[in-house]
Every structure is written in C-alpha cells, then in structure tokens.
Design a protein around this ligand. Sequence first.
Ligand code: SF4
Length: 250
Amino acid sequence: MNIRDENVLRELNLYPLWVRRDAPAAEALEPSAPVAETQAVCRLGGGEADTQQSAMGIVALNPSYVSSLDWNELKEKVHACTACKLRAGCTQTVFGVGDESAEWLFVGEGPGADEDAQGEPFVGQAGKLLDNMRAAIKLKRGNNVYIANIVKCRPPNNRTPEEDEIATCVPYLQQQIALIKPKLIVALGKTAATSLLGREATLGSLRGSVHDFHGTPLIVTYHPAYLLRSPAEKAKAWQDLCFAVQRMSE
Ligand code: SF4
C-alpha cells in the first residue's frame, strides 16, 4: 500500500484496521422492483413546448422537451433556467461535471455555498471527501466519472430541496443520464435516492441493494456532507463503495 492509499483510508477512518468486507449476499444483488412509471419525479410526458402549465397555473419544464436536447442545448437551457424559485436565491446554476461518457455517475442533492460560488458540484469539504472516497476505489474526478445533483441551483441556507423544486429540475438530470448512459448510478444521500427512485424510503432500507432507474442499476450510499458530520458512518460508506465495485465488475 502506498502513501496515497494510506491517506485515503485514513480520511475514511479505515486505516490501519481496514479489512475489506466479505462479498454481499447473493440476494442483495437482485434488482429491486422496477420504479413505477407514474411517479411524479420520474415521469416522462409528451409535447414539444419547453414549459407546460398545470391546472393550478404553475408553469414547469416539459420533460418531453428536455429529453430532446443534446449536451450543448441542455447546458444552455440549464444555464438560462428560471423554472423554479431556487434560481432567485443562487449565484449561478451548477450543471454537472465529468466524463460525458462515464460508466460511473454520482448524484448528490444540490449545490452548497462552494459549489454555488464556483459553478461546479462537490468542490467544498464534502467534495474533497467524495474525491477521497472515489480514489479509494481507483476513480478520479473527470475520468470515467460524472458528478451531478438533483437540483442545479443552491437551496437557501442549504435546506433540502422541496418537492416541487425537485420535480421541476429533475428532467435535466434525467436527460444527463440519458446522454451519459452510465453503467451504474451512485445516489448520494436520501434526497438523491428517493428523488430518482420516485418513492419515500429510509436511506438504511435502500443501502445494500441494486435498484433500477429506467434500466440503469442504482445503488445508494451516504451523502459526503453527512459523513463529515457523522464520521463513524464512513465505514458503512466504504461497504457501499465495495458493493458498487463488485456490481460494476459483474
Ligand atoms: Fe431551473 Fe433547476 Fe435551477 Fe430550478 S433548480 S431554476 S429548475 S435549474
């Protein structure tokens, strides 16, 4: 083990007692039931206008329009987006970053203060930890990895994005996923997981299983910001990453 590996494992609170856990039970590798197509945040509708109006008069993005965009069109659309109230309180939209043909896609909740300032996801302390987590499984930012968030604008005071904000913004992420075609999605935290899966569940109940996002396997682990507040949970995050590596090698 070299010095860099030692440093990574120290960061994860797994050195010097690190022992890779046994392979997960076979049943844990079975995909969960398909996500219902009727879930609001995963719905793909029809029509060509870039926005649509609900019966309540709320104007929102038209998922069908977003699903027709290429990378450049999508980036421009997000950059200019004012479709929900989050845009009024942030500095800039934070689109996502990385290898646009990556096999690995990491999805977080939303930009924080550092991300809002720099326009890139996961660049603060949580981002440093995520970099170290990825380094522990030999993944580098930008190399076969793409990073994005559920919402592209920073929620005020880093609050959890609200349901309508997620429902409005998630078509952008869905189109990013459609363009990237990752082999595996790693949902970081409960908000990312439940928004993608379209159902409420505890993070604990979602860990350790392979879920399905419109045909793409999805696994769930802790958000790095939570791990910074609860470092004792880093060992569980390491279990999840080992599980992800095993899933990718199948
Ligand atoms: Fe648009 Fe998403 Fe920002 Fe809301 S959070 S304004 S939907 S980019």
